[in-house]
Design a binder for this molecule. Structure first.
Ligand code: PSV
Ligand code: MN
Ligand code: MN
Length: 388
C-alpha cells in the first residue's frame, strides 16, 4: 500500500485491545513487586485503560478475566467503561487456579471436575451477554507431566465434548477463541499445545470458533508468521495475544524483544486482509508489567504494534509481487526490508495529530500528571492474579 492516506486510514481504524490484568500488580513465582497507584478494583482498571485510549486513540477495548474481574453488577461495570469511552472486549475464562484442577479442568478424568470447569465457561458466556463482549477466550492449562499419566486421546475427546457444549451456548454475534500454548504448567503433554490442535478443534466446532495466536506461546525459532498466514488463509485466525518473549512465556511488552518478528507477522496480516474490519481479527495485548510502570508500558506496547503495522502497510506489494514472480530473491527480500527499515514514527505522529492527539503518546502521558495522581489517590492496589 503506497498511498499515504490509505496507510493512515488503516492505522486509524486498527483497534488494539488491552488486558485488565496488565494494569494490576504482577510478578513471577519468585516475587510480586507492588507498585504505587495500581487499581483497587475492575472499575479502576477501566480508568487506566481509558488513559491508554486517551493518549493513543486506538485502544477502546478491554479484556476481562473471570474471576479476577468478577463484580456484582456487570451492567454497572459496562456503563462505567462506556462512560470512559471504552467497550468490554474478550472475556477470559480461568480454569487453572483451583485445587480441583490439579489434573486438568475440561480434560480431567473425573466428570464432576469437568462439569465444574464447563459450568465456569458457560458462566463466562453469561457475562458476555451482560457486558456485550463478542469474544470468549479460552486458554487451558490442562495437560500431563509424565508419560502414561493419562490417556492423551481420551483427554482430547473430553476437551471436544466441553468445547461443543459451550459452542452451542454462544449467541449469533459471539465467538469462541481457542488459545494454544506449548508448555507450562504441564510439562510433558499440554492438551492444546499448538495451532494444529487448536485449528482441528475449531474446524470441527464451526465458524464461530477461531484460534488465538499468543506470540509468547511457541518453541524458540518457530516461524509464527507462517502460522498467521495459514490461519488467515483458512479463515480461522480470531485474535492475537501480543507480547514479547526471550525464553518462555515471558509476557514482556509487545515489540520489545523482536520488533522484526512483529513486523513479519503484521506483513502476513496485511497480505492476507487481516487488517480489514470484516476479517474480524482481534489485536489484543496479553502482557504483565512486573518491573516497569504499567500505563506507560501499555502505551509503549500499543505504539510498538502500530509501528509494526505501519511498516507492513508500507511494503511495496507490487514490487514485492513482481520480484517474487520473476524469482528475484534479493529484490523480493529488499522490498520487505525497505519497509522494515523505514522510520515510521513521523507518520504515526501525523496520524495522532490528525486524531487530535499529542504526537508522542508516551511523553504526553508522563507529562499529564496522571501517574502522580493515582499514586496518591489509590492505596493498596490489586494483584493482577499472577505470581502469587
Ligand atoms: C497463560 O499462559 C496466559 O498468559 C495465557 O496466555 C492467557 O491468554 C492468559 O494467561 C490469560 O489467561
Ligand atoms: Mn495469552
Ligand atoms: Mn501466556
Amino acid at each position: 500500500m503506497s498511498d499515504v492516506s490509505a496507510v493512515k486510514a488503516a492505522l486509524k481504524s486498527q483497534v488494539i485491545e488491552t488486558p485488565s490484568w496488565g494494569y494490576g500488580n504482577s510478578g513471577t513465582r519468585f516475587k510480586v513487586f507492588a507498585q504505587p497507584g495500581v487499581p483497587r478494583d475492575p472499575f479502576e482498571k477501566m480508568e487506566d485503560a481509558a488513559q491508554v485510549h486517551a493518549f493513543t486513540g486506538v485502544a477502546p477495548k478491554v479484556s476481562l478475566h473471570i474471576p479476577w474481574d468478577r463484580v456484582e453488577d456487570y451492567a454497572a461495570l459496562t456503563r462505567h467503561a462506556e462512560g470512559l469511552g471504552l467497550r468490554i472486549g474478550a472475556i477470559n475464562s480461568n480454569v487453572f487456579q483451583d485445587d480441583d484442577y490439579k489434573l486438568g479442568s475440561v480434560t480431567h478424568p473425573d466428570p464432576k471436575v469437568r462439569r465444574k470447569a464447563t459450568d465456569h465457561l458457560l458462566e463466562c458466556v453469561d457475562i458476555m451477554d451482560e457486558t456485550g463482549s463478542p469474544d470468549l477466550k479460552l486458554w487451558f492449562s490442562d495437560g500431563t507431566n509424565y508419560p502414561g499419566q493419562d490417556d492423551i486421546t481420551a483427554r482430547q475427546d473430553r476437551l471436544a465434548e466441553a468445547l461443543a457444549e459451550v459452542y452451542e451456548r454462544l449467541g449469533d454475534d459471539q465467538r469462541m477463541l481457542l488459545e494454544y500454548k506449548l508448555f507450562e504448567p504441564a510439562f510433558y503433554a499440554t492438551d492444546v499445545p499448538d495451532w494444529g490442535t487448536a485449528y482441528a478443534h475449531c474446524l470441527r466446532l464451526g465458524p464461530k470458533a477461531q484460534v488465538v495466536v499468543d506470540t509468547g506461546h511457541h518453541a524458540p525459532g518457530t516461524n509464527i508468521e507462517f502460522i498467521v498466514a495459514s490461519l488467515l488463509r483458512a479463515g480461522k485466525l480470531g485474535a492475537f495475544d501480543f507480547n514479547s518473549r526471550f525464553y518462555a512465556d515471558d509476557d514482556l511488552m509487545a515489540g520489545a524483544a523482536d520488533p522484526f518478528q512483529l513486523f513479519r507477522i503484521m506483513h502476513e496480516v496485511v497480505r492476507n486482509d487481516g487488517l480489514k474490519p470484516e476479517t474480524n481479527v482481534n489485536f489484543m495485548l496479553d502482557q504483565c508489567h512486573n518491573i516497569e510502570a504499567k500505563i506507560p508500558a501499555v502505551i509503549r506496547s500499543v505504539a510498538n504494534v502500530q509501528e509494526a503495522t505501519a511498516k507492513a502497510l508500507l511494503v511495496d506489494m507490487a514490487a514485492l509481487g513482481a520480484a517474487q514472480r520473476s524469482g528475484d530473491v534479493l529484490a523480493a527480500n529488499g522490498a520487505l526490508m525497505d519497509a522494515y527499515n523505514t522510520d515510521v514514527r513521523p507518520l504515526l505522529a501525523e496520524v495522532r495529530e490528525e486524531l487530535g492527539l499529542a504526537r508522542d503518546p508516551f511523553a504526553a502521558y508522563l507529562a499529564s500528571g496522571n501517574q502522580e495522581r493515582i499514586a496518591t489517590a489509590r492505596v493498596g492496589g490489586e494483584q493482577a492474579g499472577w505470581g502469587a
